[in-house]
Design a binder for this molecule. Structure first.
Ligand code: FPP
Length: 260
C-alpha cells in the first residue's frame, strides 16, 4: 500500500468518491468474500497459488479505494476454519503469504492510518504469523483511518459458540445475570466488537452463498454478487456494487415510508 501519507492539503474522501456515487449514502462497512482466486489462475494455466498472490493485490487496491471514497470499515474473508481441508501445500502457501504481506505492508498501513485487526481463532495459526498479527494490531490500534478486518481461521458458527461460552462463563462465575443478556451484550462478545454491522456484503465469482461468514453481523446486510473472480476485482467493480447498494430500499423489517 505504499504511497505518501495523507496531509491536510489532500483531497477529502468525498471528493475522491466517483461522481456517479452519492458520497453521503455510502455503506459505513463493506464485507467481502474474496472468491475465485483458484479459477482465475486455472483460466490462465497458472498454479492456484498465483491466484492468491493476485488476490492480495486486489485486496490492497480495494482497501485503498474504500478508504479514499470514505467507507469506514472493510472486512475481508481471507481464511475460513474450513480452509484447513485444502491441500497442505496450498495452506502453507497462504500462511506464508499472509506473513509476507504483513511484513511488507505494515509500514504503509501505519502511514495511511489504517487500523488492522485479525478476526478468528488466531491461536490456531502458525506462531510467526501470530506474532506478526499481534504486532500489526498493536501498532495500528489507535489509527484514525479505515478499520480493516481480516478474517483468518474464522468461522461464523464458531464465533457464535465462542460468544455463548464467554457469556456462560461470566454467568457461572456470578458476574453476569443471564436475564440481562440481550443482542447488544451478545454482540460485544463477537470478534467484530466495536465495529457496526456490515451494510453491504460483496461476493465474487458468482456464488450465492454466505459460507459461514459473519452469520450474526450480516443479518441486515445488502448482498451483491458479481461474476468477476476476486483477482479481477477493481475500482469499477466496486463502484458497480456500491451503485447497486445505493439503489436498494433498506427497510430493516419495517415498511417503506415512500410506497406505504
Ligand atoms: C478464495 O478463492 C480465496 C481464498 C481462500 C484466499 C483469499 C486470500 C487472499 C486473497 C489473500 C489475502 C491476504 C491477506 C494478507 C489478507 P478460492 O481459492 O476458493 O478460489 P476458487 O473458488 O476459484 O478455487
Amino acid at each position: 500500500m505504499s504511497r505518501t501519507p495523507a496531509t491536510s492539503t489532500d483531497l477529502t474522501a468525498s471528493s475522491l468518491c466517483p461522481p456517479e456515487l452519492d458520497s453521503a449514502r455510502l455503506p459505513a462497512h463493506v464485507a467481502v468474500i474474496m472468491d475465485g482466486n483458484g479459477r482465475w489462475a486455472k483460466a490462465r494455466g497458472l498454479p492456484r497459488v498465483v491466484g492468491h498472490q493476485a488476490g492480495v493485490e486486489a485486496l490492497k487496491s480495494t482497501l485503498r479505494q474504500c478508504s479514499d471514497w470514505g467507507i469506514g470499515a472493510l472486512t475481508a474473508y481471507a481464511f475460513s476454519t474450513e480452509n484447513w481441508s485444502r491441500p497442505g501445500d496450498e495452506v502453507n502457501f497462504l500462511m506464508t503469504l499472509f506473513e509476507g504481506v504483513l511484513q511488507k505492508e505494515l509500514r504503509s498501513l501505519e502511514e495511511e492510518q489504517v487500523r488492522i485487526r485479525f478476526l478468528g481463532d488466531l491461536d490456531g495459526l502458525p506462531e510467526k504469523l501470530q506474532q506478526l498479527i499481534d504486532d500489526a494490531t498493536e501498532r495500528t490500534a489507535k489509527n484514525s483511518g479505515i478499520h480493516f478486518n481480516v478474517c483468518t481461521n474464522y468461522g461464523g458458527r464458531r464465533e457464535l459458540v465462542r460468544a455463548a461460552q464467554r457469556l456462560a462463563k461470566q454467568a457461572a462465575s456470578g458476574t453476569l445475570d443471564p436475564e440481562t443478556i440481550d443482542e447488544n451484550s451478545f454482540a460485544r462478545e463477537l470478534f467484530t466488537v466495536g465495529d457496526q454491522d456490515p451494510d453491504l456484503l460483496i461476493r465474487t465469482s458468482g456464488e450465492y452463498r454466505i459460507s459461514n461468514f459473519l452469520l450474526w453481523q450480516l443479518a441486515y446486510a445488502e448482498i451483491h454478487v458479481t461474476d468477476v473472480f476476486w483477482p479481477d476485482f477493481n475500482a469499477d467493480v466496486l463502484k458497480q456494487a456500491l451503485l447497486d447498494y445505493q439503489g436498494r430500499n433498506r427497510r430493516f423489517g419495517g415498511l417503506d415510508p415512500i410506497t406505504t
